[in-house]
Write a protein that binds this ligand. Structure first.
Ligand SMILES: Cc1ncc(COP(=O)(O)O)c(C=O)c1O
Length: 394
């Protein structure tokens, strides 16, 4: 018996998945977030990246990042709390607060650490967290770390949320937490109803807008802008790892809440500061978003082009207003076959199967970028048509 027995068994299972062509993870792609990337020495079209606005490869963003590396070096080499906060971190926090219309903001090293660190630091024994059943793993992890009671409400189901709020004691602090855009299918949370219920029951509200930022709303400010309700959630969180070209995460909130998090959230205190150059990346991304609104237009045009193209061919799509396009296949094996056929013909997508989605509703998750050209999208659509016909999906 060894602690590693499970690892050996697991590896054998992974090998069997690879043999059956049911393993699409940990692929090596160079560079990862470009419209066309190299995989196993072949050029493939990228329909699986979260670099929605294409900012990770935007020349202005790349130049700003290089300049920051030249000035600040490659890392801050300390926790934010000790000697790891540079003027770039401070500038970005100020900018994010302005961007989201809150008093203050704090930047963490990743989005995962942000959600986990906010939920676990702000809640404790006697409090209740009401969390959507499909919330991201980082929120789930935050819920596991706290002594607060966690009540999971059915996905985007406001009647269930109301029932669970009504069952809370009047002396209990309540935190409603939801993704803004749910990452697997691009579904948008019903933030207006959540806000109303929170008001009715005196609950605090938190949104993880990882996939809404840069994508939703008139100017890409996110899901709250999409609903015309900026400033109406208490904690607005996000990540830099989707539209904002790098890694890191943030929460925008009242100044006292930010101060509390900076000195009480363990993932913030006991982990190194994100590299200063990443702060320069995000500052440049925010500039480009303001200076080049055509990128968002382009993203929306590209999304419509792909959605319409797939629907006209006969693929079943789930409703979406985001660049995440869920192409419903249903059967797991067919979903893997489709992903494999697309990959063989030069298109990268992400197959999504249970437990990420309910049984029988496996899908191909297509994600669109503003930087994809019409020619690349047309080639990708034609590849979808051929693979879909060959597998009897359309
Ligand atoms: C909804 C959501 N929240 C949080 C995260 C974590 O963000 P990060 O990749 O910056 O750790 C992700 C990304 O995987 C996400 O999709």
């Amino acid at each position: 018996m060894s602690l590693f027995d499970k690892c050996h068994e697991f590896s054998r299972w992974i090998e069997s998945l690879k043999e059956r062509r049911e393993f699409f993870y940990l692929r090596t792609l160079d560079p990862a977030a470009s419209p066309t990337v190299t995989m196993n020495g072949r050029k493939v079209i990228m329909l699986g990246s979260n670099n929605y606005l294409g900012l990770a490869t935007h020349p202005k963003v790349v130049t700003a990042t290089i300049k920051a590396v030249e000035r600040y070096g490659t890392g801050a080499c300390s926790s934010r709390v000790l000697t790891g906060t540079t003027s770039l971190h401070a500038r970005l926090e100020k900018r994010l607060a302005e961007f989201k219309g809150t008093e203050d903001a704090v930047v963490f090293s990743t989005g995962f650490m942000t959600m986990m660190g906010v939920v676990s630091a702000l809640t404790s024994s006697g409090d209740v967290i009401l969390s959507d059943e499909f919330n991201h793993a980082s929120i789930v992890e935050g819920c596991r770390l706290t002594d607060a009671e966690v009540r999971i409400y059915k996905h985007n189901d406001m009647a269930d949320l109301k029932e669970k709020l009504a069952a809370c004691g009047s002396d209990q602090n309540m935190l409603i937490v939801t993704d803004g855009v749910f990452s697997m299918k691009g579904t948008v949370a019903d933030l207006p109803s959540i806000r109303k219920l929170a008001e009715q029951y005196g609950a605090t509200t938190m949104v993880d807008d990882a996939h809404g930022m840069g994508v939703l709303g008139k100017t890409g400010r996110g899901t709250l802008e999409h609903f015309g309700m900026e400033g109406e959630f208490d904690l607005v969180c996000g990540t830099f790892s989707k539209s904002l070209g790098t890694t890191g995460g943030f929460v925008c909130a009242d100044a006292d809440v930010v101060t509390f998090l900076k000195l009480n959230s363990r993932p913030f205190i006991f982990s190194a500061s994100p590299p200063p150059a990443s702060m320069a990346t995000v500052l440049a991304c925010l500039d480009v978003m303001e200076e080049e609104p055509q990128l968002l237009e382009r993203l929306r045009e590209n999304t419509e082009f792909v959605k319409n193209g797939l629907a006209e061919m006969g693929f079943r799509l789930e409703e979406t207003v985001t660049p995440i396009i869920p192409v419903l296949i249903g059967d797991d094996a067919k979903t893997f076959q489709m992903a494999g056929a697309l990959e063989d013909e030069g298109v990268i997508v992400n197959p999504i199967v249970p437990p990420a989605v309910p049984a029988g509703s496996s899908l191909i998750r297509v994600s669109v970028m503003a930087s994809l050209s019409r020619k690349e999208l047309t080639t990708a659509l034609e590849t979808f048509r051929l693979a879909g016909q060959r597998l009897g999906i359309i």
